[in-house]
Design a protein. Structure first.
Length: 178
């Protein structure tokens, strides 16, 4: 429907803007990217950009939230026979598809990362920790921090080294170590 904010054309324009930002992030530091830079790459005018986003940071935060929502959907909808392996592989696939956004989140936007991680804590416990019913509350918290920081470290290393391994391979590594 024309004029509706979430119509296909508006969604495509928003995606083109995001793609332009991701492209520019591979060429220059985030703080040096301007709306004009994005508009040139996305082949839109500034008014079109501002119809969708307030500024470059708003566009990035939108992508972060979108990525986090995909992660939450994976956590919420995963009901497979081995939820841990399926969940981790889905997370690694999501990281691979959105590696520029994740690279930014994991290195430059610690506030967003901390907020996202605190939101995922309950989902994490529901999905991964039930296998460890014998843990005290204190042990569960340490287990969460240990596991989460290990996975985040793996993702950082994987992105930094060009993501040569498949998500399935990373899950195999984790399964072998645990």
């Amino acid at each position: 429907m024309v004029g509706t904010k979430n119509n296909r054309r508006a969604q495509q324009t928003r995606q083109n803007i995001q793609d332009a930002l991701i492209h520019l992030m591979s060429e220059k530091k985030f703080n040096s990217i301007s709306v004009t830079d994005i508009c040139k790459i996305a082949d839109i005018n500034r008014g079109t950009f501002y119809a969708h986003f307030v500024d470059v940071a708003d566009c990035m935060h939108y992508m972060e939230k979108e990525t986090a929502n995909k992660l939450f959907d994976i956590l919420k909808n995963d009901k497979q026979s081995d939820p841990v392996e399926v969940l981790l592989e889905a997370i690694f696939e999501l990281v691979k598809k959105n590696n520029k956004v994740f690279n930014y989140i994991l290195s430059d936007d610690q506030d967003f990362l901390l907020n996202t991680l605190s939101t995922t804590k309950q989902n994490f416990f529901e999905q991964l920790v039930p296998k460890h019913d014998d843990l005290s509350d204190s042990e569960r918290q340490f287990f969460y921090e240990y596991t989460l920081n290990g996975i985040v470290g793996m993702i950082r290393h994987w992105i930094k080294n060009g993501m040569r391994e498949s998500p399935k391979t990373l899950v195999t590594y984790l399964d072998k170590w645990c």
